[in-house]
Design a protein around this ligand. Structure first.
Ligand code: SAH
Ligand code: SF4
Length: 405
């Protein structure tokens, strides 16, 4: 089947005029009451400085930092009383100044295929989602970097959410801790070391554009990669971006994780419509940054994500153009069957079309896995995330009032 299906996108014309960023309500973060500083998400340097400020003698600071770090990230301890190698009065001191706080789990849904979706509440009453996807040889946790997203990709549910705020590093790390709590994945003191990892990989592919929240994402990943804690190697972390070119080199240098890019189209005309940020950094500019990435980060392949939209970007010509464009970049092409959401202006490409596309890419020498949608029954699949519950329960005015309080 080489014929292209007729376009089904009635809304194509208005989308062409879509702004790069939407008209959003950016919410300031409401600081927790009581003044306790949350230790989760602080980098080692920040943790040490906080301990000193609370009265830890300078000469002990390095040791205390290491001890507290291990309790939180290696043992999964959530209160200072449990930090048994610290003197009682030091534990009390910590307790007066600090807390170890995670996002609150509002709901936890388990799909028929084992995928778990967590709806999490963070400071200010806002909600984000994290999704755990178990596979035979690994378990991937998909985490969010923002509440909503300022960008307006026309096929993405998150991009229609009008409330946006950056997550703190603590809220990003907190998603990993919540999943490990739920899966019961903390070592037992004294028990033989268990090398199997339930959360073996982390992908920044949930809600939000991670490169528009660079510092917090970077600090959070530093915590997640630290060898005395969660200890996930940088090759087990993948950051997905819609193509924020100025931050790509920084990602290589300051995080060093694997990179995925939401490519989705082979001409600027179509990419402008699907990923409007392309109007700012077009395909050639993006490819230039991607060519540098493997050298800078010393990492292997870049993952090109390509959502399959019926009659929009799924022709044989697209497949051929795609392999031509990325020539010379070590790459894998991840074909994502479009996941539908209520009111979406696109349809998923037919299965034979996706396979024909994959075949062309594969024959050109690139791995071209077709991503099996996971957790569709609980709206946990790629691009379906949006804290619908937040919007259903509260009006915009209520949320605004709450954040001002
Ligand atoms: N903002 C980042 C990361 C979050 S989106 C980015 O855009 O890369 C994670 C992935 O899901 C992206 O590749 C995105 O294009 C894809 N996606 C969004 N909506 C989708 C949908 N409805 N169906 C399938 N994939 C979708
Ligand atoms: Fe934002 Fe990514 Fe969705 Fe685009 S695809 S709107 S960048 S979350």
């Amino acid at each position: 089947m080489t014929e292209q299906s007729p376009p089904t996108v009635a809304a194509a014309a208005p989308i062409t005029q879509a702004p790069i960023t939407q008209d959003v309500l950016t919410i300031p973060r409401k600081l927790p009451e009581g003044g306790k500083v949350n230790l989760v998400g602080l980098t080692r340097e920040q943790l040490r400085a906080a301990l000193v400020e609370a009265g830890t003698p300078e000469w002990q600071a390095k040791m205390r930092e290491g001890q507290v770090w291990q309790w939180i990230y290696h043992w999964g301890v959530r209160d200072f009383a449990g930090m048994t190698n610290l003197a009682k009065d030091y534990r009390a001191l910590l307790d007066t100044h600090f807390e170890i706080a995670l996002p609150e789990v509002v709901t936890r849904q388990v799909s028929a295929d084992g995928t778990r979706k967590y709806l999490l509440r963070i400071a200010g009453g806002h909600e984000v989602e994290a999704v755990y996807i178990p596979e035979e040889t690994r378990g991937t946790l998909c985490i969010s970097s923002q509440v909503g997203c300022t960008l307006t990709c026309s096929f993405c549910h998150t991009g229609t959410q009008k409330l946006v705020r950056n997550l703190t590093a603590g809220e990003i790390v907190g998603q990993v801790l919540v999943a490990r709590d739920d899966l019961g994945e903390w070592p037992e003191p004294g028990a033989p070391k268990d090398e199997t990892r339930l959360v073996s990989n982390v992908v920044l592919m949930g809600m939000g554009e991670p490169l528009y929240n660079f510092e917090n994402v970077r600090d959070a990943m530093k915590v997640v990669m630290d060898g005395e804690g969660l200890s996930l190697s940088r090759r087990r972390i993948t950051l997905s971006t819609s193509g924020i070119v100025p931050e790509i080199a920084r990602t290589a240098e300051e995080i060093g994780c694997l990179l995925a890019v939401s490519f989705h189209a082979t001409t600027d005309e179509v990419r402008d419509r699907l990923v409007p940020v392309n109007k700012k950094w077009n395909i050639q500019t993006l490819l230039g940054a991607l060519r540098e990435y493997p050298k800078l980060s010393n990492s292997e392949r870049i993952t090109f994500e390509y959502v399959m939209l019926k009659g929009v970007n799924d022709s044989d010509e697209d497949a051929k153009r795609l392999v031509k464009l990325i020539r010379g970049i070590p790459a894998k092409i991840n074909l994502i069957p479009f996941n539908e959401w209520p009111g979406a202006p696109y349809e998923r490409s037919d299965w034979e079309r996706i396979e024909a596309f994959a075949d062309i890419v594969y024959k050109a020498g690139y791995a071209s896995p077709i991503r099996t949608p996971r957790g569709e029954d609980i709206m946990a699949a790629c691009g379906q995330l949006k804290s619908a519950t937040e919007r259903a329960r509260k009006s915009k005015r209520e949320i605004e009032a709450e954040t001002r309080a």
